[in-house]
Ligand binder design. Structure first.
Ligand code: ZN
Length: 423
């Protein structure tokens, strides 16, 4: 068997370069084993109480719940729950676990459900940033996207503060290029792929004001800058500042022109309309005199995301080779492959967020018997933003369930499984 992994990974930042690994393999019809299918897992948490539920799978006799520490998967634990379809429990503050469910019957064990995680607050007291964000009287700004830096969103570009030619941002040292592009007048906040855009990622008002413009009829799946027609909600603050929430998803506006909003109100959803290469929010602030305002330089956030943030796996994608059979495997991937014939190859794609020079992203592929087929990593050459890494798995020559680990600094942060089926 021949593995050429080191030479087959490509990376790029901010979609500057798209490179796919192409492996020649024709699609072969898939046959399913007689084991049960995979359930869909749903997690909800309120305070310290976690509720897990999953969909019933036909032919299943029971379900096994697997759990492992988040984000560092040290050891996998499991509990057989019989025919139960939901569990609920109160856990200590700060508990964080990956969870996944497998169905079983007399024929064997099915594939994992989606593997998800929960992370309970380490204390039930809100942080000062949360208090500021929730207080409409507080003049500081709340963050416009939900979730966590590096998992749900990442900052791909700051405001370029160098007049004319040249790039710098609020934090870049003199002579060092900033995380921006020349002439960028806003803050770009990226989500991983179009999958997340399709699911719907809300955009929330950073401060109260009056909605002065709503555009939402333009196409929202741009992957290059071919049109300036973007969907946007524009809010004017009491001090006259105009805030543009740009590139929104088509028909996603949650407000109307003339409407008054308060901090935290839903305005619309993240999209890729207008001059946009991938789904993201372009947040631009202008003074009444039309001067660009940089909310980072001017310290306008309640709880500004740190400029340097630990590397993480933004998301993982798993496709059957060759990648070039898909229209846009990186930005707009189809659903992850769940089953491939014996002898197929895979194309795992890792989206990374943040990180610094000498951090590493990696991939581990384990065979059904637990042995290792792939264990490889790549070092970031410089401070990262949104990066994409494409791997090559070689031929999958053992039937059963294979497990793909997506790693950040050697720690599994994302897991996917695929069943290899003998014809
Ligand atoms: Zn932008």
């Amino acid at each position: 068997m021949e593995l050429r992994l080191a030479s087959s990974a490509r990376s790029y930042t901010n979609y500057g370069l798209v490179a796919c690994v192409a492996l020649s393999l024709s699609l072969i019809q898939v046959t399913w084993a007689q084991v049960p299918g995979s359930p869909t897992l749903h997690i909800e948490s309120t305070g310290n109480v976690v509720d897990l539920s999953w969909t019933a799978v036909s032919d299943a006799d029971g379900y096994v719940l697997y759990y492992a520490d988040y984000p560092d998967v040290a050891e996998l634990g499991s509990v057989d729950l019989g025919a139960t379809l939901a569990v609920s429990g109160e856990l200590p503050p700060g508990s964080a676990y990956y969870v996944g469910v497998q169905a079983y019957n007399g024929e064997g064990v099915g594939m994992f459900s989606n593997v998800d995680y929960f992370s309970l607050p380490s204390t039930l007291e809100p942080s000062p940033g949360d208090l500021c964000s929730a207080d409409p009287q507080d003049a500081r700004f709340a963050w416009p996207l939900p979730g966590q830096n590096g998992r749900d969103w990442t900052i791909s570009n700051y405001v370029d503060l160098t007049p004319g030619t040249g790039i710098s941002d609020y934090a870049s040292a003199h002579g060092v290029p900033g995380k921006a592009y020349d002439g960028h007048n806003g803050v770009d906040i990226a989500i991983p792929t179009f999958r997340e855009q399709d699911r719907g990622v809300g955009i929330y008002a950073i401060q109260g004001g009056v909605v002065v413009d709503v555009k939402q009829s333009f196409p929202d799946r741009a992957t290059s800058c071919q049109s300036n027609d973007w969907n946007v909600v524009t809010v004017r603050h009491a001090d006259g500042t105009l805030v543009y929430y740009g590139h929104m998803k088509s028909q996603s506006a949650a407000v109307e022109e003339g409407q008054t909003v308060v901090k935290g109100d839903l305005l619309g959803q993240v999209g890729s309309s207008g001059c946009s290469t991938a789904p993201h929010l372009h947040l631009e602030l202008r003074s009444p005199g039309n001067e660009v305002i940089d909310p980072f330089r001017d310290q306008l956030w309640c709880d500004a995301p740190a400029y340097e943030f630990p590397l993480s796996v933004f998301t993982g994608v798993l496709l059957e080779a060759p990648a070039n059979q898909y229209a846009n495997a990186i930005k707009d991937p189809p659903p992850d492959v769940k089953s491939v014939p014996l002898g197929a190859s895979l194309v795992p794609i890792l989206h990374s967020a943040n990180g610094a020079a000498f951090d590493s992203v990696g991939l581990k592929l384990l065979r059904p018997d637990g042995s290792t087929q792939v264990d490889t990593s790549f070092t970031l050459p410089a401070s990262g933003r949104h990066g994409v890494w494409i791997f090559n798995t070689g031929t999958l020559n053992q039937s059963g369930i294979w497990t793909v680990h997506y790693l950040a600094n050697s720690v599994t942060q994302y897991l996917l499984q695929v069943e290899v089926v003998e014809e």
